[in-house]
Design a binder for this molecule. Structure first.
Ligand SMILES: [Zn+2]
Length: 459
């Protein structure tokens, strides 16, 4: 019953807005290659995620949820009974990862109001809408960093079971920090002492989270930070940590955080030399694997443009799946992008971003695409392509490197590279295609034409 009214609501929304995305989505009834009938994506230029020369006139064969063969027209035969998706004229690539999303928020400008008003609707309304929007943007894997524990697990599992459309989710559940901000106790767990730090991580591990999210670790005692990281690792869980302030980074480096997030330092022009030296020490350790950093720069980098050219805030893609009252509330809250306290310092921070990204790259860090989608004016339907675009347009990163930071490297970081991250026989069929050449025009990714996840076509 509930499901039907949701679908009806979507249909009406689709008619009203004329959204092609809505028309094409089939929700849980998305097209599947099924048991018997293979799926074939035929004709496009394949960027497989490994970084070498793309494969022209590619053929990808999918059976069930897996890729069974990759080749070229003329040498790899398409079975007569296959359902064929023509990718002629398109770039074909692995489904994207977004390594830093917030499904429980949706671009509203007032966190206090949001946290007071909507927690009861996170699991049923808000997180599923965010997930759906990400998937239609070509994001087939996403790391959700900070939400109530039960809702995080339930939404992840509902997607896994095929009940709601969304990316494969890797969730942290609540943030681990010194103390929750007032009114945020459902998704921020404070720790007090080593025993408590271990107990909190154990509780998250037992509930089945995929990653531990640590923030404000410079307000914790070093022993607490160490306890969180060690306990997470004892459970096989990676630790992702905020890295806004120098001391947060130093502690993270000292105690073995696996993935550093953001490009903070407020308006300071660059990372201090001792931090860059410590990163170089770390990146010299081959046995420890790559040193991962998710800079999340698009929101900062694009703020002034968006403030002065706010048309994209009217794009109906971000309303998909959201109830009308929530859409109205968000819309009202972003009427004046210029007046938001959240962004007042951003114009002074923006010029520092390239310097910091360059420092990280030169120190040998492996950067990952992540966006902080859900924060004020940063909608799930729009952020991921914008992050790639900013890297290429402003940070001097090549399109291929940006794509690898959204495909191969995230899958390796999350130890899922046996199953996703490249277009390789045996892996899940997480594949997107977009008309045109993304290696020349990366921003074509703002309008993905084909989204296949686990062998099902969603767009
Ligand atoms: Zn975040």
């Amino acid at each position: 019953m509930k499901r039907r009214s949701f679908a009806a609501g979507l249909a009406i929304l689709g008619i009203v807005l004329g959204l092609s995305a809505v028309r094409e989505v089939r929700g849980q009834g998305a097209q599947s290659s099924g048991q018997g009938r293979p799926l074939a994506l035929v004709g496009g230029t394949l960027i497989d995620g490994f970084g070498s020369t793309p494969i022209r006139n590619s053929v990808i064969l999918v059976r069930g949820d897996r890729i069974v063969a990759v080749g070229q027209v003329g040498s790899l035969e398409v079975p007569a009974d296959a359902e064929v998706i023509s990718t002629e004229g398109m770039s074909v690539l692995p489904g994207l990862w977004d390594m830093h999303v917030h499904l429980m928020i949706n671009g509203h400008s007032d966190y206090t109001h949001w946290d007071e008003t909507y927690p009861a609707r996170f699991e049923k309304d808000i997180m599923p809408a965010s997930a759906r929007q990400l998937l239609l943007a070509g994001v087939t894997s996403a790391r959700d960093l900070g939400a109530p524990l039960e809702a995080s697990i339930n939404v992840r599992e509902a997607i896994k079971r095929g009940e709601i459309p969304g990316p494969s989710l890797y969730v942290s559940g609540p943030f681990i920090q010194h103390a929750p901000y007032p009114g945020t106790e459902q998704f921020r767990w404070g720790v007090s002492g080593v025993a408590d730090a271990k107990a909190k991580v154990q509780r998250l591990a037992k509930a089945g989270v995929d990653v531990i999210k640590l923030i404000d670790q410079d307000q914790m005692t070093p022993d607490e930070v160490k306890a969180v990281v060690d306990e997470a690792h004892a459970h096989g869980l990676p630790v992702v940590a905020h890295s806004h302030r120098p001391e947060e980074i130093r502690l993270g480096l000292k105690y073995g955080v696996d993935n550093f997030e953001h490009t903070g330092l407020a308006t300071a022009p660059e990372y201090p030399a001792d931090i860059i030296d410590a990163i170089k020490e770390r990146t010299a350790q081959m046995a420890l694997g790559p040193f991962f950093w998710t800079p999340t720069v698009q929101g900062l980098s694009n703020y002034e443009y968006m403030r002065d050219n706010p048309e994209m805030l009217d794009d109906p893609s971000w309303t998909l799946g959201l109830p009308p009252d929530i859409i109205d509330d968000i819309r009202r809250s972003i009427q004046h992008p210029d007046r938001m306290g959240y962004f007042q310092l951003t114009p002074a921070r923006r010029p520092t971003l390239k310097r910091k990204i360059t420092q990280l790259r030169e120190a040998g860090a492996t950067l990952l695409i992540g966006t902080d989608s859900g924060i004020p004016m940063q909608f799930h339907s729009q952020t991921t392509w914008n992050e790639l675009d900013v890297w290429v347009r402003e940070m001097g990163v090549s399109p291929m490197e940006a794509i690898r930071a959204a495909t191969y490297w995230p899958s390796l970081m999350m130890k899922r590279d046996r199953d996703v991250g490249t277009i390789t026989p045996g892996k899940y069929a997480d594949i997107i295609a977009v008309r045109g050449d993304v290696l020349r025009y990366i921003n074509l990714l703002q309008r993905v034409d084909v989204v296949v996840k686990h062998g099902r076509r969603y767009k």
